[in-house]
Design a protein around this ligand. Structure first.
Ligand SMILES: [Ca+2]
Length: 288
């Protein structure tokens, strides 16, 4: 009888051991896993809400802040498309007392220091107007904000989410990396204007760092237009020093990770009503 009991016990020990190894391997894979998110705004019907399924496999939410005098909107277009049959169409009205915002947001990822983040999207800006300071992509951390410190209303009501942003700059339409929300200067270029009324592929490559060794590259239709090392994540000491100037204690909350991306016209401070199309979005995070 003892032997009969012994055999299943050995089997059990072996199978536990194999399961434990497999779980370890799965956890390792998850730890090192690349986050990959791709969305081309295709849906089975022209119903914008289909972009937000309950399982979070697609987009998380929208940010729609309309000016007082008009209404922003987001929807699906089948007229101007770069991939498949549909694109995201954004009506971003000119700001007045209210800073106009219209974008779509993906959350629930985690990009930490040393991660390589690659964001790519096709943009079609249906305007020839001067678009200085139009923001197109925001990469942000919100949980890193010190909960005991209020947002600075002089900057933006949403500034409790520090991060970096891709904007048009340099007097009109040169893509730049804006770092004001992490107390950094704007990384600029003035060689490549942003084409209008045609599809433009933006590729934004980052190796994340709260120090000067971060990597920041931007490509336009495959051409590298910006490559500059520098801080691209919130730095605890920088935040401490900046807030100390106003006698505020600020402790960046750990872990400091980017956790949401906003895509569209994330801020349109210009005196222009804009129609912008976005298609073929992708984001990858490679953990090093
Ligand atoms: Ca599409």
């Amino acid at each position: 009888m003892k032997n009969l009991f012994f055999v299943p016990l050995v089997f059990l020990v072996f199978s536990c051991s194999n399961d434990a190894e497999r779980i370890d391997e799965e956890e390792n894979l998850e730890t090192n896993a690349n986050f990959v998110f791709e969305d081309s705004f295709e849906t089975s019907s022209n119903d914008f809400s289909l972009l937000f399924p309950n399982d979070n496999s697609r987009w998380t939410t929208v940010q729609l802040i309309s000016p007082n005098r008009d209404t922003n909107s987001l929807g699906l277009s089948s007229n101007i498309v770069s991939d498949g049959n549909q694109s995201l169409v954004i009506q971003s009205k000119q700001s007045d007392e209210i800073l106009s915002k219209a974008d779509i947001e993906k959350g629930a990822f985690s990009a930490a220091t040393n991660s390589k983040v690659t964001i790519e999207a096709d943009y079609y800006i249906d305007s020839d107007a001067n678009l200085e300071n139009l923001f197109l992509l925001d990469l942000e951390c919100c949980s890193c904000w010190d909960p005991e410190v209020d947002a600075d209303p002089s900057v933006d009501g949403d500034n409790k989410c520090p991060g970096i942003r891709l904007m048009l700059s340099g007097g009109d339409d040169y893509l730049a990396i804006e770092r004001g929300k992490i107390a950094g200067t704007t990384l600029r270029q003035s060689s490549f204007k942003f084409p209008r009324k045609e599809w433009v592929t933006i590729r934004w490559e980052l190796v994340l760092s709260p120090n000067e060794d971060g990597a920041n590259k931007v490509f336009l239709n495959g051409d590298q237009i910006l490559s500059q090392d520098g801080m691209n994540m919130p730095n605890a000491q920088v935040f401490r020093d900046v807030f100390a100037e106003n006698n505020i204690d600020f402790e960046l909350q750990l872990p400091v990770v980017y956790e949401r991306i906003q895509v569209g016209a994330t801020a349109n401070p210009n005196a222009e009503d804009l129609t912008i199309y976005v298609d073929n979005f992708s984001m990858t995070i490679e953990n090093n």
